[in-house]
Design a protein around this ligand. Structure first.
Ligand code: KG4
Ligand code: ZN
Length: 331
């Protein structure tokens, strides 16, 4: 099955061609215009998608050496995401599909992040635990043997990526701060500052808002000069607090639900420390931990084609005429 996947839910304009579980091309452009605003501006993102998408789709087809006529169908992100940006992708995909007489499928972005793990490990088969960690989501999901998604844990406030980004903002780092914090943390002392791990030992939900408050207080106490001088220690302590919360809950979920392993996905799954801690703790618990290859961690078109393909394999995806659902949930 040869699919074109189009992703425009936030600030990555992306398209990819996937044949079965092999990525033939994966082209994306991260919009940098939002940096000066310290977050994504939906209206600007929509206009950027409109400007960039035709060239990105052209390039994805060219790199894969296929034409629109060769495709078995086109998948786009139906949700969740920002309404305007989603509509740009949906309208583009619909026009392309209608023009070429191809089926069109609206895929779930969160299922896409999980599909990125299967694009990396094609033999990935349920049952397993899925931990989705992105800028907007922090969720634990049990994937049942029949592929059904059972939500078992969620954040009560901020998402893990949001915690990285908001604390980064407090420390005066740019947006998104996650990747930079991760780089700086490698030089710092993880035990330099004791930061809170939300809802530790209390069920499978997460909470990161206390961490944001603690970092804000700490930066004030240190003062601008000390806070700057100790950025690496702050980053290392912050990264550890977030990672320990994620790993702790994942291990609890593996034991409680008796699952063989965990697939970690979403933008934060690119985090090196998270990968190392999750892999070693899973191993200690006799379980496996799998992550998408680094180029499939951020939002991309291949994961959207993968999400559609996974549903099509299960006979669980109706061709659509278009439309978006900004508040769509996993499953
Ligand atoms: O999945 P994604 O690309 O977009 C959403 O759907 O949200 O995730 C973006 C999030 C941002 O919050 C970013 O700071 C975080 O992922 N992120 C990281 C790393 N790379 C991206 N956080 C920590 N360490 C990283 N290496
Ligand atoms: Zn995402």
């Amino acid at each position: 099955m040869l699919l074109l996947g189009i992703e425009t839910s936030c600030d990555e304009t992306a398209a990819a061609v996937v044949r079965d579980w092999t990525v033939l091309s994966n082209v994306l452009k991260t919009q940098t215009v939002h940096e000066e605003f310290g977050g994504v501006v939906p209206e600007i993102a929509s206009r950027e998608h409109l400007r960039l998408l035709p060239g990105i789709v052209r390039e994805a087809l060219d790199v894969a050496k296929v034409s629109v006529d060769d495709l078995d169908g086109i998948a786009y992100t139906r949700g969740p995401g920002l309404a305007g940006p989603l509509l740009v992708g949906a309208s583009f995909a619909r026009a392309l599909a209608m023009d070429a007489g191809k089926p069109l499928w609206g895929a779930n972005h969160l299922e896409g992040h999980l599909a990125a793990v299967r694009l990396t490990f094609p033999d990935l088969k349920p049952p397993f635990l899925c931990l989705t960690v992105s800028g907007g989501h922090t969720e634990l999901t049990e994937v049942a043997p029949d592929g059904e998604f059972l939500p078992i844990g969620n954040t009560r406030d901020d998402a893990a990526g949001e915690a990285f980004d908001k604390c980064g903002k407090i420390m005066g780092l740019g947006y998104p701060a996650g990747p930079l914090i991760s780089r700086l943390a490698a030089e710092g002392d993880r035990k330099a500052f004791a930061l809170p791990i939300g809802l530790r030992g209390e069920g499978l939900d997460f909470s990161f808002s206390g961490l944001k408050t603690a970092v804000s207080r700490l930066v004030k106490e240190l003062g601008p000069e000390q806070a700057k001088a100790r950025t690496a220690d702050l980053c290392a302590s912050l990264e550890s607090a977030i990672v320990e919360a994620l790993v702790g809950k994942a291990m609890l979920a593996l034991r409680e639900r008796n699952l063989p392993g965990v697939a970690v996905c979403g933008g934060v799954s690119a985090n090196r420390h998270l990968r190392e801690r999750m892999a070693s703790m899973a191993d200690r618990n006799g379980a496996w931990a799998r992550f998408p290859s680094p180029d499939l961690c951020t939002d991309n078109g291949a994961m959207i084609a993968g999400a559609a393909m996974w549903r099509l394999e299960r006979g669980d995806l109706e061709p659509l005429r278009g439309g978006v659902e900004p508040g769509l949930e996993l499953g």
